[in-house]
Ligand binder design. Structure first.
Ligand code: SAM
Ligand code: NAG
Ligand code: NAG
Ligand code: SF4
Length: 350
């Protein structure tokens, strides 16, 4: 009797979990932080992307719609000029450190578990110390399970790892080609310094300082025929995110844009061919154009659609500043949205 009651209760729980999983338990949230008072343009932005929450019976509906994953673009600043980039340097405004921390604390209080610092080039401001201090704050004070950075990798020094490496879970470095000439054509080159040598150096620092190492590549006209398998397997990142070059009107395409990326664009078929060529690379995670566009457009739409663009989460709080929109859970899981976030959980061979 007791056994069957236990089974029945297990079944009920299972059914509940299934029902919850079927419900749209995700939403996405986009907000921005504070250049409102300065009246500057879209310089500092927080885009909050949806991430699965473990749904259980006790959780209230509004808890399921809490931002758990946040992309923090604290600067648009980047003196670099990758020909395809959609983050054009419209302003160089950076929120003061204390204000940035306050914004992060508010996000944490409303459920943030994962933060991703991007940009612009996040290591540019204050020689990486601004970024380091935020990473430290997110790990030590806010105790976030996952803290990550996306960078072009050219300005990272070993000193940074010594100071802040402990508090960083994931470092994603952008690398679009293992051929220096191709990098030149794309615009991702740095004088005589080799981007590829640098990548190997960072990879070994990541091992030494126990940071999970990832690679991001944007597939475009100039690298679409390349076979990167050998080089990627050698670097052995925990993930290799492969993006299809994307056009964003007003950023890297269209009349008012600061950059023209049309000549970088490849067809869906070409992108698929690239993916097939790299089928033997197990860490590859393709990021479809639709998905990235969707994320960015909802972010921009929301930002621009806000009634009062001067409002920031620092003024009105997270709940008020958040803009809700629908989210396709299946797409999210399909694109590999669920994975280990925190280096504490990662079973890696260091
Ligand atoms: C805007 S960058 C900011 C961080 C850093 N400056 C970097 O280059 O990694 C963030 C990521 O977006 C990618 N990205 C930039 N423009 C893109 C585009 N048009 N389509 C797809 N991905 C793009 C970059 O390659 C990089 O991996
Ligand atoms: C990365 O960005 C910095 C700052 O904008 C720039 O000076 C550097 O040349 C860039 N390097 C690469 C490889 O993209
Ligand atoms: C972080 O954000 C950047 C820019 O939005 C994106 O390209 C990247 O995939 C994200 N990385 C992680 C680790 O979520
Ligand atoms: S991809 Fe990164 S390094 Fe290149 S222009 Fe964009 S922000 Fe700068």
């Amino acid at each position: 009797m007791r056994l069957s009651a236990a089974i029945a209760s297990q079944m009920r729980l299972l059914m509940q979990l299934l029902a919850d999983a079927l419900r749209v338990a995700f939403a996405s949230f986009f907000s921005k932080v504070g250049y409102g008072r300065t009246g500057a343009g879209a310089g500092t932005a927080l885009s909050v992307t949806p991430v699965e929450r473990k749904v259980d019976e006790g959780r209230a509906q509004n808890e399921m719609t809490t931002p758990t994953s946040v992309n923090y673009h604290f600067t648009r600043q980047c003196n670099y000029k990758c020909g395809f980039c959609f983050h054009t340097a419209k302003t160089s405004f950076v929120l003061p450190l204390d204000e940035a921390k306050r914004g992060l604390k508010l996000l944490k209080e409303s459920g943030m578990e994962k933060i991703n610092f991007s940009g612009g080039e996040p290591f540019l401001h204050d020689k990486g110390d601004f970024l380091g201090k935020l990473v430290q704050y997110c790990k030590q004070d806010l105790r976030l399970p996952s803290v990550s950075i996306v960078s072009n990798g050219s300005m990272i020094k070993e000193k940074w790892f010594q100071k802040y490496g402990d508090d960083l879970d994931i470092l994603a470095i952008s690398c679009d080609s293992f051929d220096e000439a191709t990098n030149q054509l794309i615009g991702r080159a740095q004088g005589r310094k080799s981007h590829i040598d640098n990548l190997h150096k960072i990879c070994s620092w990541c091992q030494q300082y126990r940071v999970a190492f990832k690679i991001n590549s944007v597939i475009n006209t100039f690298n679409v025929d390349e076979d990167m398998a050998e080089n990627i397997l050698q670097l052995n990142p925990v993930r290799w995110k492969v993006f299809q070059c994307l056009l964003i009107d007003g950023e890297n395409a269209g009349e008012k844009a600061l950059r023209e990326a049309e000549r970088f664009v490849i067809s869906e078929q070409m992108f698929q061919e690239f993916l097939e060529r790299h089928i033997g690379v197990p860490c590859l995670v393709p990021e479809s154009n639709e998905k990235v566009r969707d994320e960015i457009m909802r972010f921009l739409d929301c930002r621009e659609g806000r009634k009062d663009p001067s409002k920031s989460i620092l003024d009105v709080g997270v709940k008020e500043a958040i803009c809700f929109s629908g989210f396709d859970e299946k797409m999210f899981l399909k694109r590999g949205g669920k994975y280990v976030w925190s280096k504490a959980d990662m079973k890696m061979e260091w």
